[in-house]
Write a protein that binds this ligand. Structure first.
Ligand code: GLY
Length: 374
């Protein structure tokens, strides 16, 4: 029997206008549908397939060949792997190259890679000729469930993550869960951290599945991955549809990220984003429970799931709690020097009070949670 790729569509409807409506295609083995998708969406004069040099080796060349065989005018542009490529200088080099290759307003940017590539290439697309369309093709779990959806694009600055960027919605997202089979263990587990976050934010059933069957998730079976990724996409799409420009509700997606981003930045990215967010979620959940914001017992469930999935939950040895809190105070999520946290009320539901979705916590409480190494 011929192999029939399975896929499903999740529509993102930001406003009732055509250009703000796009679909997230989630499937197993759906990559060959890319040329058809591109043709159906827009007539692009130049297609720039942006990736990193690791992904280029494993998938970039194949995808380039696929596009060219279909008669599409594609060019492959690779940047060095890792967060260090997410900066203005690398963006400028990509733009120079695209101009050299004749890129104009009718260009299309494809972002093939993890969160770094999606954020960087998306930001290139946001400003190239004042904005050209782009399609993220996420290859990591983290990018599939978070970075590729919702139009946040950015580069980092020495003073913090994602400080220079733009909102630029994709014209489609192509998510092929078959990429997940090739991820190394650390990267896969890092992505699971955002899956846990998504479940805490808005899908208690998904959280229950993570609690009951971590081994099914860790097996990376394509059917299990499709269920997992599509459940996360639905939560993210729901939040983005309600607040595309991050002026309220979207802040709930930052559960675990206030302390997580601070830790990531403080340790100069020696922890992966997912590892830092896992620690951030464990600490913020404990602090929220101590402050009687989170229902009693829920922090323990969150920590237990993270541990079952092989993620860290304690501040690494040698890291000063006071310095982490100080770093959080300088982050863009802080308001006038006040550190603010997106906190669950219970698993599957975030706290909201008088239209606010983030809250301050007493420093002494956060410091005590950060100092607890047991
Ligand atoms: N990654 C959080 C957001 O998209 O808002």
């Amino acid at each position: 029997m011929p192999h029939r790729p399975k896929s499903l569509l999740i529509r993102v409807r930001l406003q009732r206008t055509r250009d703000e409506l796009y679909a997230v295609h989630v499937g197993a083995g759906i990559l060959p549908s890319l040329p058809g998708l591109v043709r159906a969406l827009l007539p692009a004069h130049r297609i720039f397939l942006v990736t990193d040099s690791n992904v280029r080796r494993f998938h970039g060349q194949n995808l380039l060949a696929l596009l060219r065989r279909a008669g599409l005018p594609a060019h492959l542009l690779a940047v060095p792997p890792g967060e260090k490529s997410k900066r203005r200088q690398v963006k400028a080099r990509l733009e120079d190259r695209m101009l050299d290759l004749g890129g104009g307003r009718d260009s299309l940017v494809l972002a093939l890679g993890g969160g770094m590539v999606c954020d960087l290439a998306g930001f290139v697309a946001a400003t190239f000729h004042r904005g050209v369309p782009f399609i993220p093709i996420p290859t990591t779990l983290l990018a599939m469930v978070d970075a590729a959806i919702g139009g946040k694009t950015a580069v980092d600055h020495p003073r913090g993550k994602n400080l220079i960027g733009a909102f630029h919605q994709p014209c489609a997202v192509l998510t092929d869960v078959e990429f997940l089979a090739t991820l190394n263990e650390r990267e896969f587990r890092s992505g699971l951290s955002e899956v846990v976050k998504t479940a805490v934010v808005g899908d208690p059933d998904l959280f229950g599945r993570l609690e009951r069957s971590p081994s099914t998730i860790l097996s990376r079976h394509p059917e299990a991955m499709m269920k997992l990724v599509s459940a996360c996409c639905r939560v993210k799409v729901r939040v983005v549809e309600a607040d595309a420009r991050d002026s309220g509700l979207r802040a709930v997606l930052n559960f675990g990220h206030t302390l997580g981003h601070a830790l990531e930045h403080h340790l100069r990215y020696r922890l992966s984003h997912g590892e830092a967010v896992a620690i951030g979620m464990a600490l913020e959940a404990r602090a929220a429970e101590a402050a009687r914001i989170l229902k009693a017992g829920e922090a323990g469930r969150i920590v237990a799931v993270l541990e079952k999935l092989g993620l860290p939950t304690l501040l690494p040895k040698g890291v000063s709690p006071a310095r982490v809190l100080e770093t959080a105070r300088r982050d863009k999520k802080a308001e006038r020097g006040e550190v603010r946290y997106a906190l669950p009320r219970k698993i599957g539901e975030m706290t909201r009070r008088r239209d606010r979705h983030t809250f301050p916590l007493p420093d002494r409480l956060v410091l005590s949670v950060l100092s607890d190494r047991s």
